[in-house]
Design a protein. Structure first.
Length: 437
């Protein structure tokens, strides 16, 4: 990997792309430290210093924003609105025929869906920004901070609207920066920004583990956490690269005096076909009961039960529910993202067939059978990756949103592998020697 980066910096056009990407990353990180108007920055820092280890409902969003959410900066919402909008549009593509038709139109249809995603991102940013401002004004953002009610001193309508507009504009800028990286830089822009946001929280989280440790001034706990993280990264790399290759043979066709087809290829079905989506779905769904309980008044029985069982990452009921939700959403997402009947129809249209399997419906049934078989280990793998780091780090006093948790490991390894592959492919295009030397 390091060799690929060194060779890329020696290539002039790739060096420009890498430097451009690094410049956008610097701009993004600077924006995560600029507070929005109407916020008392000193009181925010006091509350952050006094905050408990468990960041509660806002921990996941704070991780995706690189710590900007709890500091209430202009990029406080980060790329979460865009991620949510992308997932919603992807789900609606299966339900709404118009979106499905746009998806089949090729580049023009994809551009139209991307435009819809931008509009939905802005709408979600307004909604989430309003919720964040309301939470900060009420003091619920930092429940244990004595000055939480003084984070927003001026609670007038004008200041509130200004704060929401600023955060919405910040989300639009983040979306624009991600698209700039995609067009003029290296890799997928949104994935790169997500990678940087998570990696930015690593040093402080690791140092917090060291400070809380008691063995050899915390260095043993620190080293253990690093070792666990490296083992989990190796496991994720191994499984993310695993795939089931289904052979496909294309029959020969004679058109005039020329013969077409007759080639052999394969359909790569990844073991983790759903990627990180099931973990995000499960985390978001588990936050809904806790969010309702937090804003509900009184001391009713259901509120007490939720606070005791569904808000602590080390509680058995929370762990079991989280694991089952990940398995369910893994099958759900694979079912809506991969259509065996559509793949079988396309193969039949172009004269392709799986050796030993008849074209048409038998091919679709075979693909569905294989997909279900490999989704089981993929879903169980996602559940274990999401839970094992959490359970291991609870013993060191870490919170459930520690960067070496399942969500962050999957994102970092996935983005890292994809970026390195793109760099290597571009290097191969520019340094291909050919058959004749």
């Amino acid at each position: 990997m390091l060799t690929a980066f060194a060779r890329a910096f020696k290539t002039p056009d790739l060096r420009k792309k890498l430097l451009f990407t690094l410049g956008i990353i610097v701009v993004y990180r600077v924006g995560t430290h600029i507070p929005i108007p109407g916020v008392d920055y000193k009181n925010v820092q006091i509350c952050i210093d006094n905050a408990s280890q468990n960041q509660g409902l806002f921990g996941l969003v704070n991780m995706f924003s690189g710590g900007a959410l709890l500091q209430i900066t202009i990029f406080a919402l980060g790329i979460m609105p865009y991620i949510t909008a992308s997932i919603i549009l992807q789900l609606l593509t299966v339900v709404i025929p118009r979106l499905e038709a746009l998806k089949k139109e090729g580049q023009a249809g994809t551009a139209k869906i991307t435009q819809y995603t931008r509009y939905l991102t802005v709408a979600l940013a307004i909604l989430q920004g309003t919720g964040l401002v309301a939470t900060a004004r009420s003091g619920a953002l930092f429940t244990s901070c004595p000055v939480a009610n003084q984070i927003v001193p001026d609670q007038s309508i004008f200041v509130t609207i200004t704060m929401v507009i600023t955060m919405t504009a910040g989300t639009a800028v983040v979306m624009w920066l991600g698209e700039l990286i995609t067009d003029r830089g290296i890799g997928n822009g949104m994935s790169i920004l997500m990678f940087i946001s998570i990696a930015a929280t690593f040093p402080s989280a690791l140092w917090a583990i060291k400070k809380q440790g008691t063995l050899a001034e915390g260095w043993i706990e620190f080293g253990t956490v690093i070792a666990v993280g490296l083992v989990m990264v190796g496991l994720v790399v191994f499984v993310e690269q695993a795939q089931r290759r289904i052979p496909v043979q294309y029959a020969k066709r004679m058109i005039g005096r020329r013969s077409y087809g007759g080639t052999s290829t394969y359909i790569p079905l990844k073991v983790n076909q759903a990627g990180i989506i099931p973990v995000i779905f499960a985390s978001s769904l588990l936050y809904i009961p806790a969010l309702v309980a937090q804003f509900a008044g009184g001391t009713s029985g259901w509120k007490t039960w939720i606070e005791q069982n569904l808000t602590k990452g080390d509680h058995p009921i929370y762990i079991a529910t989280y694991f089952l939700l990940i398995v369910f959403f893994a099958f759900f997402y694979v079912a809506i993202s991969f259509n065996p009947e559509e793949v079988a129809d396309n193969m039949k249209k172009y004269g392709g067939f799986i050796p030993g399997i008849r074209a048409g419906r038998p091919t679709a049934e075979y693909l569905g059978y294989v997909l279900n078989r490999i989704t089981w280990p993929g879903s169980l793998y996602l559940g274990l990756i999401a839970l094992v780091p959490t359970m291991a780090l609870v013993g060191f006093g870490a919170n459930q949103n520690f960067p070496f948790g399942g969500t962050s490991i999957l994102i970092i390894v996935g983005v890292g592998l994809e970026t390195v592959k793109q760099i290597e492919s571009q290097l191969q295009q520019r340094n291909y020697e050919g058959f004749l030397r």
